[in-house]
Design a protein around this ligand. Structure first.
Ligand SMILES: NC(=O)c1ccc[n+]([C@@H]2O[C@H](COP(=O)([O-])OP(=O)(O)OC[C@H]3O[C@@H](n4cnc5c(N)ncnc54)[C@H](OP(=O)(O)O)[C@@H]3O)[C@@H](O)[C@H]2O)c1
Length: 338
């Protein structure tokens, strides 16, 4: 009697456990399609032409760039000048900003330049202070805001160090430069951008947002910036605004705060700025603007946690030790010069 059930059981078993070859073929197809889509999207990302001209409209459009006196900010100021924008250069050093303005003015005589001087490390975090700061430029046709100001070291030269080694005032300065200034400036500028839509906000982030040891404060601040950019971008669209928020994940760019060379995937500020501006206008959300930096962020993302922890832990610890030596040498050289 029991044997008569066997064929039925076998059918049920075949239905529940499809043959292994079919499963593997299905998985292979899914993986191949996923990889093809990722490769094609990356190719599209880096080959689509810039649409920054979307934001070049109305009488003499302006771009406001924070931390524009040097490094990536200066590179972006030059690239946006080339693309036809007038530029509001923000920085903390008026003399340096004047020199940059003259340099750009002689290179792009048809453009206009204005200066905004404010120390992001100490600027008062109140709406009224930001309204006052923006008063001289509030009537300009500002269509682009680039939140570039930021650094790993706050106001000191020592950046790669353990969380426990940061004094209160330096943590506060780091927070102000990387987060608070950007937040309040954007809030104060939003009504002006909304008057001049379509408009663009670029936020300069970092691959450190993955969470790097010995750069933990900075990593967290850049992770904040990434999530904030995404939330803000979606919120503005939900409210019916035509404002693109583009978050840029940056890896290695030679600038005054990151002078070393010979690092893989490193590029110069002008090349990076061109790549970044080229990504605008497509509502990408968050991008690794420069294609070689994508390799680094993919490597970070692909590592299992134990491997990331092991490699980054020992590498950054070593870099932290080397930096102590470098900073001591720097202080000693300064003392000799004084
Ligand atoms: N370079 C990289 O490899 C790299 C990697 C990842 C992310 N990033 C991000 O990219 C952005 C630009 O980096 P960068 O390397 O070009 O920086 P940078 O070389 O240090 O230049 C930063 C600019 O910000 C200004 N600045 C610094 N502290 C300021 C303050 N307290 N108040 C006002 N302005 C201040 C500087 O002015 P002064 O001319 O007066 O110094 C300069 O114009 C930052 O947000 C950084 O976190 C850079």
């Amino acid at each position: 009697m029991a044997t008569s059930y066997l064929p039925t059981l076998r059918t049920v078993q075949n239905m529940l456990i499809p043959d292994a070859k079919g499963v593997l073929a299905g998985l292979g197809l899914i993986c191949a399609s996923y990889s093809t889509i990722r490769v094609l999207s990356a190719l599209a990302l880096y080959s689509l032409p810039s649409r920054v001209s979307t934001y070049h409209h109305g009488p003499g459009p302006w771009a406001l760039i924070t931390g524009a006196s040097d490094g990536i900010g200066l590179g972006i100021a030059e690239e946006l000048s080339r693309q036809g924008f007038n530029i509001i250069l923000h920085g903390r050093n008026e003399g340096k900003l004047n020199a940059v303005s003259s340099h750009l003015g002689s290179k792009f005589p048809e453009r206009q330049y204005r200066l905004l001087v404010a120390d992001a490390a100490t600027f008062p975090p109140t709406s009224s202070a930001y309204t006052e700061l923006l008063a001289p430029v509030k009537d300009l046709n500002i269509t682009v805001l680039v939140n570039n100001v930021g650094n790993v070291g706050g106001v000191t030269n020592k950046s790669i160090r353990s969380v426990a080694d940061w004094p209160d005032d330096e943590v506060e300065a780091l927070m102000n430069i990387n987060v608070t200034f950007t937040l309040h400036l954007t809030r104060a500028l939003l009504p002006i951008l909304q008057q001049h839509e379509p408009a663009l906000i670029i936020n300069c982030g970092s691959v450190a947002a993955a969470g790097l040891p010995y750069l933990a404060h900075y990593s967290g601040m850049k992770a904040f910036l990434k999530a904030w950019s995404r939330g803000l971008g979606i919120e503005l669209k939900a409210e019916g605004h035509n404002i693109e928020v583009l978050h840029a994940e940056i890896a290695e760019v030679t600038t005054p705060s990151n002078p070393g060379s010979g690092v893989p995937f490193k590029t110069d500020a002008a090349t990076f700025a061109k790549a970044l501006v080229s990504r605008a206008g497509w509502n990408h959300g968050s991008v690794t603007a420069y294609w070689q930096h994508l390799m680094l962020s993919r490597v970070f993302a692909a590592m299992p946690e134990w491997m990331f922890a092991m490699s980054m832990g020992s590498m950054m610890r070593q870099m932290s030790k080397e930096e102590v030596v470098r900073v001591d040498q720097f202080k000693w050289d300064r003392k000799k010069d004084d």
